[in-house]
Ligand binder design. Structure first.
Ligand code: M6R
Length: 363
């Protein structure tokens, strides 16, 4: 049931405020003190986190690495499952291995999990399907409560994965004595405010639809971002290429001049995911480099960021303000909407893109 939407993907994008509020409520029940997680997660006995996944779930891990390292001061290694499993890396004692998978059936992720079994102190998974193989073979499975996701392009699972990973990072910080009660409470309040902000972000849909008609004419599109917005650039590019078939690449903004800027001319739109945060000034100079070469900038930012960027940019998409740390969850919405509307403008099969399966159960 598409609930009145043209595609399952549109429905799944639109329902994120409700779904995310529900997912958060499972882990932050009313009246309870702090984060409700199952027994057995001891981050004081962990020196190192290894996070493994594929595709969009991998980008969720990449965002979470910033959170675990910054908030909980816990070193994190991340890898895509297809590389991790054959790399056969050492798994030292006091390692927690964390696997993220919407379906819980992805062959490479499951194989990576089996590789870690008996080596890591604890196998934890973050899944959407609690009966899945990955959940069953974990010591501890944390459901993301996103509900069934039908569109091949993962949307609501991504934001719910991020929410659960953010809560895990906060819990790790608490257990390890890296966060005071006041800061923790303010981060939790920010998370609780997210569903409302996601609703506001969805209001940019009409504008994004208009911009996407132009984007649909492009042959190549670059996405750039810094810090925790870098994985969002990767996610935006993956989403766009998988459903619109436009060639798209995500780059860390600072890497632009190490190669990809050679591609930039007035035919290559550059989508910049950059809230006005502590890294924004750096991104401004990247935008100037692009504009100096005739490149068209589509800036996704907040009021202050769009103001600061000035007149030279081609288009902007305005997001509500949110403290820096959780902006990746909010900016997932414009990334998804850009891909969706561009694909619709191109007339592709949005829910069932060519050559792709919802669940990749073979290598
Ligand atoms: O079910 P999983 O989360 O393990 O799937 C991982 C990837 O196959 C998946 O995220 C894929 O990249 C999506 N089609 C992205 O939209």
């Amino acid at each position: 049931d598409k609930a009145g939407h043209r595609h399952f993907m549109a429905k799944e994008i639109a329902e994120q405020p409700v779904v995310l509020a529900d997912a958060l409520a499972r882990y932050l029940p009313d009246g309870a003190d702090g984060i409700a997680l199952p027994e057995g997660l001891d981050f004081t006995a962990t020196d190192r986190l290894v996070m493994v996944a594929c595709g969009t779930a991998f980008f969720a891990c990449q965002v979470a690495k910033y959170w675990f390292e910054r908030i909980a001061r816990l070193p994190v290694e991340i890898d895509v499952a297809s590389e991790f499993r054959y790399r056969e890396p050492p798994v030292p004692p006091r390692t927690t291995a964390l696997f993220v998978s919407q379906s819980g059936e992805t062959a490479d992720t499951l194989a990576a999990l089996r590789y870690c079994a008996g080596k890591a102190d604890r196998i934890v998974s973050v899944v959407n399907v609690p009966e899945s193989s990955i959940a069953r073979e974990s010591d501890l499975a944390l459901p993301i409560h996103a509900g069934v996701e039908i569109g091949v392009a993962s949307t609501k699972a991504f934001t719910c994965q991020l929410a659960v990973l953010a809560l895990l990072a906060l819990e790790a910080a608490r257990q390890r004595g890296e966060i005071d009660a006041e800061t923790l409470a303010s981060h939790l309040a920010d998370l609780r405010a997210l569903p409302g902000l996601l609703n506001q972000a969805l209001n940019a849909g009409d504008k994004i639809e208009r911009i996407s008609r132009d984007l649909a004419e492009a042959r190549d599109i670059l996405f750039i971002g810094r810090g925790a917005m870098y994985p969002l650039a990767l996610e935006g590019a993956l989403k766009l290429k998988e459903i619109s078939y436009i060639h798209a690449e995500g780059y860390a903004s600072g890497e632009l001049k190490h190669g990809p800027i050679a591609l930039v001319d007035d035919h290559v739109p550059v989508i910049v995911m950059a809230p006005r945060d502590s890294l924004f000034e750096k991104t401004t100079s990247n935008m100037q480099e692009v504009m100096a070469r005739g490149g068209r900038i589509l800036l996704v930012s907040d009021t202050k960021g769009i103001e600061a960027a000035g007149d030279g940019i081609w288009r902007s998409i305005q997001m509500p303000d949110l403290p820096e740390i959780f902006t990746p969850i909010l900016y997932a919405i414009p990334a998804q909407l850009i891909a969706y509307h561009t694909a619709v403008a191109k007339g592709t099969d949005v829910d069932q893109p060519r050559n792709l399966a919802k669940s990749v159960t073979v290598e």
